[in-house]
Design a protein around this ligand. Structure first.
Ligand code: GTP
Length: 185
């Protein structure tokens, strides 16, 4: 087992099926408003330490499968400290793909003793009036690197900053023993 050390920056990557709202979540966080038209992929964003709750500079990386190869996505996973896998709460197939594709893909690109924390993000809760959190317990049991599941909406800004804050916390205060940033550098 490799012991975790506290990183000087937190690198957050957003993965998930096309159209689930990854770019919208990043832009809603940064601009504090929802834009109907977003680019396919957000530029890498650096949030300065003094505006993050944990006072740690934070980089946020968007992924877009129509603009990137899987090799490039794999490289980004290797560089990240925490992985947010986004699904759309109104599209069950995007949740199904988390266990059938994304979590195995993340594992394949993290060394065994370096399992990075994963946050499951159910976006677009403005479209439904029930919770989908109960659907993720089986996934969390099979993949203990899943730190938590957060339901949010890039459109109404509900839980958007909380989602990124929880991603930061999963790195800085891990509940699951994970990895050494120093060994990654
Ligand atoms: P790719 O670039 O294809 O990977 O998609 P993405 O995951 O980055 O999704 P994107 O941010 O482009 O959003 C896809 C669509 O969902 C857009 O039409 C957004 O306006 C819409 N959308 C994003 N977030 C929300 C949300 O919280 N609620 C609703 N109702 N629509 C949203």
């Amino acid at each position: 087992m490799v012991f975790e050390s506290i990183p000087r920056t937190v690198r957050i990557i957003l993965l998930g099926e096309p159209g689930v709202g990854k770019t919208s979540l990043i832009l809603s966080l940064v601009t504090e408003e929802f834009a109907e038209n977003v680019p396919p992929k957000a530029e890498e964003i650096t949030i300065p330490a003094d505006v993050t709750p944990e006072q740690v500079p934070t980089n946020i990386i968007d992924i877009c499968l129509t603009e990137q190869t899987l090799e490039q996505v794999a490289e980004e996973i290797e560089k990240a400290h925490v992985i947010c896998i986004v699904f759309s709460v109104d599209r069950q197939e995007t949740l199904n793909r988390i266990a059938s594709y994304w979590l195995p893909f993340v594992r394949d690109n993290c060394p065994e003793d370096y399992r990075k924390p994963v946050i499951l993000v159910g976006n677009k809760i403005d479209l439904i009036d029930y919770s989908v959190v109960d659907n993720i317990w089986d996934i969390a049991e099979e993949y203990p690197e899943v730190d938590r599941c957060i339901e949010c909406s890039a459109k109404t800004l509900t839980n958007v900053s909380e989602m990124f804050y929880n991603a930061q916390k999963a790195v800085l205060h891990p509940v699951y023993p994970i990895y050494s940033i120093e060994e990654q550098e």
